[in-house]
Design a protein around this ligand. Structure first.
Ligand SMILES: O=C(O)CCC(=O)C(=O)O
Ligand SMILES: [Fe+2]
Length: 343
């Protein structure tokens, strides 16, 4: 089937938003675009590279900690991830989502959360028709799978497009380096013992989100309000549309995150909020649609399934009692707490 012919058959190829994609008045974005928050920090990591001075490094650490306290989110530039690896990754998912649905679905039935823990499952592909909140669908397709360890998990990734494994593994190797650097800086900024976050953070999983053009984005949502169940999430986005929004925790208003070319977005997840005993914020965020296609690829850097997640002892004393009780990460991920603000 030619691409044009296939496009005609695709679920989003409609002139107006079908009733079962229209969110209620209180959940839909309503007015769009909403203002971009210009004060979300854009941090230049070049200055934290090995050859830079100690005071430059400390200043970057300070910026990361402040951004994580104030917004729970920041962008990084000069992050060391090869521009070519990013370009190839974006092109890969552009091609992946264009494929016919039979090629995107995993042939293994009964996919579940095990897929994220390297179980025997493959990947989870969701078409917009699979999603429903109160009978309303998200304007999004997505694929999700485990990425750790890269070489093993790769055997269970898609094989179409044929370059899938090669392109993604290259990007993930770079993500391991970048996430290690960022976590190390957060570790230092929080005053945790050396390697504390690195040790608890080896597992990665991936979610790629495809938000097709939408005839009326004021009515629909790409992703509902949530927090990430990770330690940190590193997100790359394709397209110029402003799709990611975060809640301003001072006034509860939505703010747009600027789609900066060549930047990566770093998002503090619930696990890091818990480990830091609430010092770092895990932001509530959502994805809105636009008239243009937008794709985002999120790498979730997680604790291993059997690790016990709790406030770090170094951050707890009689004046700062632990705000969260210990939970095994795999239990947390399957609980209703996984995607909401930690309490
Ligand atoms: O598409 C986006 O910008 C947000 C993606 C996201 O929040 C997620 O995958 O958890
Ligand atoms: Fe998210």
């Amino acid at each position: 089937m030619g691409e044009e012919e296939e496009q005609v058959l695709r679920w989003f190829n409609v002139e107006s938003v079908p009733a079962d994609y229209r969110f209620s008045m209180e959940n839909r974005p309503g007015q769009l675009p909403i203002p971009i928050c210009e004060t979300i920090p854009v941090i230049d990591l070049q200055k934290a590279a090995d050859s830079s001075s100690t005071s430059d490094k400390l200043s970057i650490i300070q910026q990361i900690i402040e951004a994580s306290q104030e917004y729970g989110l920041f962008q990084v530039i000069n992050h060391g991830v090869s521009g070519n690896a990013v370009k190839e990754l974006l092109s890969l998912y552009r091609d992946f989502f264009k494929m016919p649905i039979e090629d995107k679905k995993c042939s293994t039935d009964n996919m579940n959360i095990d897929a994220l823990f390297g179980g025997s499952q493959g990947w989870i592909y969701k078409n917009s028709t699979d999603f429903a909140k109160d009978g309303i669908h998200l304007w999004r397709d997505s694929i999700k799978h485990n990425c750790y360890p890269i070489q093993d998990s790769m055997q269970r990734w898609p094989t179409k497009p044929t370059r899938y494994r090669e392109v993604l593994s290259r990007y993930l190797e770079e993500m391991e380096v970048l996430s290690g650097r960022i976590l190390e800086m957060i570790n230092q900024g929080l005053g945790l013992e050396e390697g504390y976050l690195r040790e608890m953070s080896q597992v990665q999983h991936l979610v790629a989100n495809y938000y097709p053009p939408c005839p009326d984005p004021t009515l629909t949502l790409g992703l509902l309000k949530h927090c990430d169940p990770s330690l940190i999430t590193i997100l790359v986005q394709d397209g110029n549309a402003c799709g990611l929004q975060v809640v301003n925790h001072n006034n509860g208003q939505w703010m747009g995150v600027s789609p900066l070319p060549n930047a990566l977005i770093v998002n503090i997840g619930n696990q890091l909020s818990i480990v830091s005993n609430g010092k770092l914020k895990s932001p509530e965020h959502r994805a809105v649609n636009s008239k243009e296609t937008r794709t985002s690829i999120a790498i979730f850097v997680n604790p291993s399934p059997n690790s016990r997640v709790e406030p770090a002892k170094a951050l707890v004393d009689e004046f700062n009692p632990p705000r969260y009780s210990p939970t095994l990460y795999k239990d947390f991920l399957c609980s209703p707490k996984a995607y909401v603000l930690p309490s």
